[in-house]
Design a protein around this ligand. Sequence first.
Ligand SMILES: Nc1nc2c(c(=O)[nH]1)N[C@H]1C(S)=C(S)[C@@H](COP(=O)(O)OP(=O)(O)OC[C@H]3O[C@@H](n4cnc5c(=O)[nH]c(N)nc54)[C@H](O)[C@@H]3O)O[C@H]1N2
Ligand SMILES: Nc1nc2c(c(=O)[nH]1)N[C@H]1C(S)=C(S)[C@@H](COP(=O)(O)OP(=O)(O)OC[C@H]3O[C@@H](n4cnc5c(=O)[nH]c(N)nc54)[C@H](O)[C@@H]3O)O[C@H]1N2
Ligand code: SF4
Ligand SMILES: [Mo]
Length: 886
Amino acid sequence: MAKTVHTTCAYCGVGCGIKAEVSDQTLHLVNIQGNEDHPANFGRLCSKGSALGETVSLENRLLTPEVDGEVVHWDRALESVASRLRDTVAQYGPDAVALYGSGQLMTEDYYVANKLMKGFIGSANIDTNSRLCMASTVAGHKRAFGSDTLPNCYEDLEQCDLLVLVGSNTAWCHPVLFQRIRAAKQQRPEMKVVVIDPRKTDTCDIADLHLPLRPGTDVALFAGLLMHLSERGVVDGHYVEQHTTGLQGALKAAEESAGSIQKVAEICDLDCQSVEAFYRWFASLDKTVTAWSQGVNQSVAGTDKVNAIINCHLLTGRIGKPGSGPLSLTGQPNAMGGREVGGLASQLAAHMDFSDPADIDRVRRFWQAPAMADKPGKTAVDMFQAVEKGKIKFIWIMGTNPLVSMPDADQCRAALAKCPTVVVSDCIKTTDTSAYADILLPAAGWSEKDGTVTNSERRISRQKALFPLSGDARPDWWIVSQVATCLGFSEAFNYQQASQIFCEHAALSGFENSDSGKRRDFDISALSRLTENDYDQLQPLQWPVSGRGHYTAVGSKRLFAGGGFFTEDRKARFVPTCFSWQRNQPDEDYPLLLNTGRIRDQWHTMTRTALSARLSQHIDEPFIEVHPDDASRLMIKDQSYCRVSSAFGNAVLKVTVTDSCKQGTVFAPMHWSRTNSRSGAIGSLVNPLTDPVSRQPDCKHTPVRLEAFDFNWHGVFLTREKLDMQAFTYGTEVRMQHGFRYELSDDQDLTESLNMSGDRIRYLDPVSGCTRHVLFKQNKLQGILITDCQPVQCDRSWLQSAFARSEWSVTDRWQLLAGNAPQGEGEGQTVCACFGVGERLICRAIAADGITDPAQVGQTLKAGTNCGSCIPEIRRLIKSVHTSSS
Ligand SMILES: Nc1nc2c(c(=O)[nH]1)N[C@H]1C(S)=C(S)[C@@H](COP(=O)(O)OP(=O)(O)OC[C@H]3O[C@@H](n4cnc5c(=O)[nH]c(N)nc54)[C@H](O)[C@@H]3O)O[C@H]1N2
Ligand SMILES: Nc1nc2c(c(=O)[nH]1)N[C@H]1C(S)=C(S)[C@@H](COP(=O)(O)OP(=O)(O)OC[C@H]3O[C@@H](n4cnc5c(=O)[nH]c(N)nc54)[C@H](O)[C@@H]3O)O[C@H]1N2
Ligand code: SF4
Ligand SMILES: [Mo]
């Protein structure tokens, strides 16, 4: 029976509301639309959100528990986890156990995992991938505000006169917010946007000013800004006086490191005019929002970067006001929720802290905890190092794929290989990490889970099940509670529904957190008595939530405009900052700096987005961006291959020569893994250096070396069946609608290792040595293989579309052998993932209709009219068509 479910997107921290029309529960058929009433997106979705329906099949789902490689019933699996955990604690103490979780767990999952570890096992060795993501912001917020509070909301991104985007590729990573910003700027063209990023990303499409600073030097830029504002008297004296302390110390530190515009320009490798222009706008435009993401957080100076930014907002009193404030953009759908439940090793639940013995005691009493942890536990990098050293002997990994996403991933792999017990909870069967599991636990996936998530603007939204649980899959909170029960804690973990957990979490947030002696920012106690029905009806709302005990309570858009910080004296702190970017500078052996990050249509380690053929077409292979000067010096050609090495590991990647990359730096995506590529996983190269305050690793700056890497044989293999790529030195798997495409390379001709059974037609070009094979079974196209001694040139998207065809004449079969579409046909590489519109189609329309504006492309081909993330690319195509024709 058809039904419509209001839920939240599975991916980024924008937290878009979704209307899911389920047409068939057993076949997992669902139509995904944006929810017009949701205040995060008002109906919009990006390419990834729109494609959720293509990722909910049972393909590669983990559907049964496994212990030591054997499929078992839940009883046995739970008992195995519990007994190995119990034995480890008995023999080596609670700190020999660790849990590594994820900002993609729901609040309810996260809450019980944290409760079990910190209250009942007695160790704070629970950390999460949020350590790689938000830790610097958490630490920066706490240093400045005394609490991890985000003072502003999304509307401020639209209402400001100056938007400063620091280390954020908003266009690709928070696409719906980018659309909202673009629309606001179209309405008020006087609104200024400054992008601060060493790379020229698609986010620069709306920038009035792009500052391609030297990587890692943001602290100097903002310290210089603090000086500049102070010298020019752009100071909210009343605010500083009433609500802050520490200005003099911060100014002194700023003067020492960034005393003049010239000095800033030199440190940041920028020209003085650009720095001046930025400072001038910041000084003159009162309504300023500074939004940031991983270019700030993932740095050895991450926490100082955050505080250098916040300092400027405190000085000008631009905080928590409409159109004014510092706004960190969270990455994962529930990164914020994880911070609320205390999922990090350095925190307690409900924004309480290990540094306060009263907090420890308060949480202990609330949980009636028999073994309350009383000190912080190991943070991600330290945790995996402790596993390798044998100090941690039991690790439970939940909702994250660390063998791809951790820095120095080979070290983590060695650690898991050695660890006596590795438990992995995932909804996907084969991942780089699950390959190392002793115990595999099948988790329910996004489309089967019920709970809450909190987005970047502190907005709590319900996530709801679309389908019944598949196979033996269970929600993460259920799995944790059952293990707790096996350990003898049945009373404290006797949850039947997610709503009971949510209410307990809400109650803890209000526990001894009274209005008179109020000390904690995170308070949603008004939601602690929701009935099952209230919980189901819960509308998206922002914490803190005032109002007494009912779900109609109102949330809070903004905080701190009138002070009221969560420090002892209720005042915010200016933090003296210094920049330690020198710690990972290039040297003779590793002369370039490797920057890593995201692409538009893939989510992290691709376990889910790579299930969608549509999302796999825009960028289909791991790559490395190199500046033209560096490329020519190293004699590395565009679209050739190169070996990238750091002190930690290496990879072989396809080269994209582009001046969007700053000279001396290279950029590679974080997404590919050993599961879908032979040599494209970048995590092995990334240095495990961490910020001294937040312990967040610096995934953005690793010294590396590049060398041209030639192969004698290249093959493109399109097939309906999955291929094991082990035999090839280089290989990437690309999802297509009806099977897979493999990009393969090696030193020797490996044609014969590919399965080519069927009716084969073959063509050998005697001059180039290029071969082409087309394979049919009855009248069904089974496979296509094109090989060459250089990277293969052919029309990949057209060849892929051939697999949808059912009738084949002899002439058509021969056309396939040509490897290219007939003249004037073929769409080319996908540009618009939402409507599957290719580059060549767009270029033909531009030329034919004399198009000068992306909106016209939209009218003709629909491209760019859904999520709009491809608009910057369409603009580039318009430019290139007109340049080449003039
Ligand atoms: N498509 C897509 N969207 C996503 C995700 C995804 O996997 N795919 N993941 C989500 C998650 S969890 C996160 S955390 C966010 C991340 O969102 P973003 O932080 O926007 O994404 P990144 O590509 O990691 O990095 C952002 C930029 O930081 C720049 N940068 C590097 N070093 C420096 C520096 O020293 N200073 C400055 N100012 N900039 C620097 C990089 O060049 C890069 O363009 O995205 C979320 N959204
Ligand atoms: N080099 C480099 N490395 C990085 C970054 C970078 O910029 N550069 N960014 C870092 C950042 S910001 C982040 S957030 C991390 C992300 O890195 P990861 O968290 O490792 O990436 P994901 O692919 O999102 O992993 C989520 C896993 O959980 C599974 N899963 C999905 N839903 C559920 C569920 O409901 N329950 C359970 N149990 N499992 C589920 C998925 O199948 C997948 O295996 O990567 C970090 N690593
Ligand atoms: S911006 Fe895209 S990925 Fe992020 S929540 Fe919205 S639809 Fe999902
Ligand atoms: Mo993240």
